[in-house]
Design a protein around this ligand. Structure first.
Ligand code: ADP
Ligand code: MG
Length: 508
């Protein structure tokens, strides 16, 4: 199924009512026309234009609320995630334009953003969907200077960032990306999810070292993994939801930064430049260009989000812009980037798989029944004797002693004798003995055929059983990853800290 990228725009409320506010027109909440200030207009190749237009799935104006963003943008994405499709929501924009406000929220519960609202919605919905049994896992990471770190590792509360284990990436034969040093936490309710989000944000704040002074320089990926098993069949699915707060998209000129900052700026710009290159390459491929190679591997972020960008994922971007003319160049750059992203589409499919554990359980029961049946055959017992009686004609045979013999009766007598329900065969004539031997031969041949048939059936079943066990082992890498991670998390109860703690670092 094709899934066009959806791109939403959110305008940050203007700080003041000054003449410096960006001039724009909004049509049907979908088309934004930006009136260009003089200095920008003269920077254009064709400087006769005084406005530029951009199209979006929906534009949220300065009065938009967190609730509106959630119900319009997030709910459809999460419904699709709950149905078993991978999904990603990105926030993209320059520093200060409202990415973190949109994704995590402000300091009060009322102003909470996409991530906490998504957690509440997910747990409410899975309670309603009783046909499935669900398991939810959460991980939270930060990418900073091309290194990725676990934000849910408790030890990070006590150690500086320089001593943290970096998350290592490796790719398996099927090009699946696996992550080492990223903990995955099973989560049973909304509260536990919110606690993990708060813990991650807290770790992000305490990681403030001279090297990492500002969240605007790092990308954050909050990932919810859902395992759903249909209780009425043997199918399960695994879907992933990435909620991404990207680093500020501003182009920092080298003259403005020095030392470590220069290093950071280089990395941030590089990873966002690589993101742009991936989007351009995907765009070209969509338009029919012969582009086999998409440069995902150039940066950690694009490698990690490879599926979100050009794979099996429903992807949505929320672009945030400032409403001040001071930022017009960055705003135009965000708007242009959004237009390119909006042209992309992904091919999505449900990540369904057979629930191997349920299949194995069923096969084990079947195997037991078969073994029992086999034992009965080996003991000579007549399994399903009603159905398997010899089909002998009701024929009367004349005997030499003048009497006649019912062939069917002889066969039944022989069958009883063979099943040890008759202690001896009472034979009165040579013809009767011959008939008994005939009946024995027929019974023997029928039994052998049944026996071979049953054995073939059992060995086929056992072979299938072995194949499934092998497949189960192959598919268990995801589960192994979960088992290797530490499930305990430090829990911050909501009543201890009634507001979402998303305070900015002092020097941001
Ligand atoms: P970014 O993450 O893009 O750098 P932030 O989300 O931190 O930007 O926003 C910068 C400041 O602006 C914060 O104080 C935030 O609360 C405020 N802010 C951003 N967007 C909005 C909005 N739509 N409504 C009200 N305040 C906002
Ligand atoms: Mg931010």
């Amino acid at each position: 199924m094709k899934s066009q990228f959806e791109v939403y725009l959110r305008l940050k409320p203007s700080n003041n009512q000054s003449q410096n506010a960006m001039q724009y027109q909004l049509y049907h909440n979908k088309r934004l026309q930006v009136l260009l200030p003089r200095h920008v207009k003269f920077g254009l190749v064709n400087n006769s234009r005084d406005n530029l237009e951009f199209n979006f799935t929906h534009v949220f104006d300065q009065k938009s609320t967190q609730e509106q963003i959630f119900s319009t943008v997030t709910i459809p994405v999460i419904n699709s995630f709950l149905d078993g499709y991978n999904a990603t929501i990105f926030a993209y924009g320059q520093t200060g334009s409202g990415k973190t406000y949109t994704m995590s929220g402000a300091e009060t519960w009322q102003l909470r953003g996409v991530i906490p609202r998504a957690l509440s919605y997910i747990f409410d919905e899975i309670d309603k969907r009783t046909k499935f049994q669900y398991k939810i896992y959460i991980s939270f990471m930060e990418i900073y200077n091309e290194n990725a770190y676990d934000l849910l590792e408790k030890r990070h509360l006590e150690t500086p960032l320089e001593q943290w284990n970096k998350i290592a990436l490796y790719e398996d034969d099927q090009n699946n990306i696996h992550l080492k040093n990223l903990s995955i936490h099973q989560c049973n309710n909304e509260q536990e999810g919110i606690d993990l989000l708060m813990m991650g944000n807290f770790i992000r704040q305490v990681s403030s070292t001279p090297m990492n002074q500002s969240s605007s320089r790092s990308h954050c990926i909050f990932t919810v993994t859902l395992e759903g098993c249909d209780t009425t069949s043997e199918t399960c699915f695994v879907s992933k939801l990435h909620l991404v707060d990207l680093a500020g998209s501003e182009r920092i000129s080298k003259s403005q930064v020095e030392g470590n900052l220069l290093n950071e700026a280089k990395y941030i710009n590089l990873s966002l430049t690589y993101l742009e290159q991936v989007i351009i390459a995907l765009n070209e491929r969509m338009k029919g260009a012969n582009r086999q190679h998409i440069p995902y591997r150039n940066s950690l972020m694009t490698t990690l989000l490879k599926d979100s960008l050009g794979g099996n994922c429903k992807t949505v971007m929320i672009s945030t812009i400032s409403s001040e003319n001071d930022n017009i160049e960055e705003t135009l750059s965000t708007l242009r980037f959004s237009q390119r992203v909006g042209q992309l589409e992904n091919e999505i499919r449900r990540n369904e798989k057979v629930d191997l554990e349920a299949v194995v359980k069923r096969l084990e029961q079947e195997k037991l029944l078969l073994i029992r049946e086999l034992e009965q055959y080996q003991r000579g017992g007549n399994v399903n004797s009603n159905n398997k009686k010899l089909q002998t004609q009701q024929q009367m045979l004349p005997l030499s002693n003048g009497q006649s013999l019912n062939q069917k009766e002889v066969s039944e007598k022989v069958e009883l004798y063979l099943n040890e329900r008759l202690s001896q065969l009472d034979i009165k004539s040579v013809e009767e003995a011959q008939l008994c031997f005939e009946a024995m031969k027929d019974l023997y041949n029928t039994r052998m055929k049944e026996y071979v048939h049953e054995l073939t059936f059992i060995s086929e079943k056992l072979q299938k059983y072995d194949e499934l066990l092998t497949r189960k082992k192959e598919q268990s890498s995801f589960l192994e990853q979960k088992e290797n991670s530490s499930p305990e998390v430090e829990v911050y109860r909501r009543n201890e800290s009634p507001q979402i703690n998303l305070k900015k670092k002092p020097n941001q």
